[in-house]
Ligand binder design. Structure first.
Ligand code: COA
Ligand code: ZN
Length: 300
């Protein structure tokens, strides 16, 4: 049997949050999400519970989450939360999993969530103590490089993950927030993390700034990472990470996994239809190679 890889769609958060030229109507977001789910995607970051002043595009978080939870109990829905208040809103909306975000680099953490590491750790503890049933899938941002501090090292990341491990976290999403990683770094990083914490689940989140998103995402899978976050069309970019572009494009990555003999459970034709719909509805920065959206290639 082919090895299964979970392709976790995070465009409705990391993609949509980057759109500043228009407020995407909630119905449009839901229409695109429905098209994505129709392709067989089973894990989806549907929104983030953040300050509407920081990211106006996410102000319909509760409505998005509640609508999807009601319609799609079969889907593993989760949301990014920057602080306790966000986690509380996510729980109130009915979500069972949240992704608090803490950056490996102190400067990015300060810029992104306005907290020191110590403050972020304290807030995380508060979330875990208050909501013991809530699943935490922790985003480690700037794990490979930071827009303010430059390169990050593997030992620093392993140590940082260890501190969070000691708090009780067993699920981490390792993020190349600005898209500077390269395959050898990916390999060294996951080999070190998996050796140090064999009982931890790791996923990966890669930005495609230097056209290495798909390469790095595949390298992570080859290292044994079974869950990869991507965005439809490669839409995205972090408003608090200058220079970052979109993520690895879901449709390109699903194609690659399929050709490489991995099983995703995702129907490529339906996924491309969702990508077409998204491009039609939302003008934005797409790093996906859209030739595939417009060209039907017989047999592929
Ligand atoms: N949901 C909704 N509103 C929130 C909120 C949340 N999770 N967290 C804070 N706010 C509001 C507060 O009510 C306050 O509003 P007001 O000015 O009208 O009173 C304002 O945001 C600032 O509150 P404060 O307590 O100073 O915020 P904070 O220090 O706890 O955190 C952040 C501010 C980090 C939460 C905010 O800057 C943010 O949401 N950033 C987004 C980070 C992000 O999503 N980055 C990209 C993805 S990695
Ligand atoms: Zn991102």
């Amino acid at each position: 049997m082919n090895k299964h890889v979970t392709v976790a769609e995070i465009g409705p958060r990391d993609g949509f949050q980057s759109i500043s030229c228009m407020m995407i109507p909630t119905e449009t977001k839901l229409e695109i999400i429905e098209a994505i789910l129709a392709s067989g995607v089973k894990k989806l970051q549907c929104t983030s519970f953040v300050s509407p002043k920081a990211i106006p595009q996410m102000q319909d978080a509760t409505q998005i989450a509640q609508t999807l939870l009601e319609k799609h109990p079969e889907v593993d829905l989760f949301a990014l939360v920057p602080n306790f208040r966000g986690a509380q809103s996510a729980v109130e909306a009915g979500l069972k999993t949240v992704s608090p975000v803490i950056s490996l680099s102190v400067s990015h953490n300060q810029n992104n969530v306005r907290r020191t590491h110590e403050q972020s750790f304290d807030e995380l503890k508060r979330i875990m103590d208050t909501f013991p049933e809530l699943n935490i899938d922790l985003d480690v941002a700037t794990a490979f490089g930071c827009p303010y501090e430059g390169r990050m090292t593997v030992p620093a990341l392993v140590d940082f993950v260890g501190k969070l491990y000691d708090l009780g976290i067993r699920s981490f999403n390792i993020c190349d927030t600005i898209g500077v990683a390269y395959p050898t770094q990916i390999r060294e990083t996951f080999q070190a993390l998996m050796a140090a914490y064999p009982d931890v689940h790791f996923s990966v989140h890669i930005h495609d700034t230097r056209n290495m998103g798909i390469l790095n995402s595949l390298e992570a899978v080859r290292c044994g990472v079974d869950t990869v976050q991507t965005t439809l069309g490669g839409l995205g970019g972090c408003p608090f990470a200058p220079g970052a572009t979109g993520n690895t494009a879901t449709e390109d990555f699903v194609y690659l996994l399929d050709r490489e003999g991995y099983e995703t459970g995702i129907d490529q034709k339906k996924l491309l239809a969702a990508a077409k719909l998204e491009v039609e509805k939302i003008p934005g920065n797409y790093s996906g190679h859209h030739i595939h959206i417009n060209v039907e290639q017989k047999g592929f």
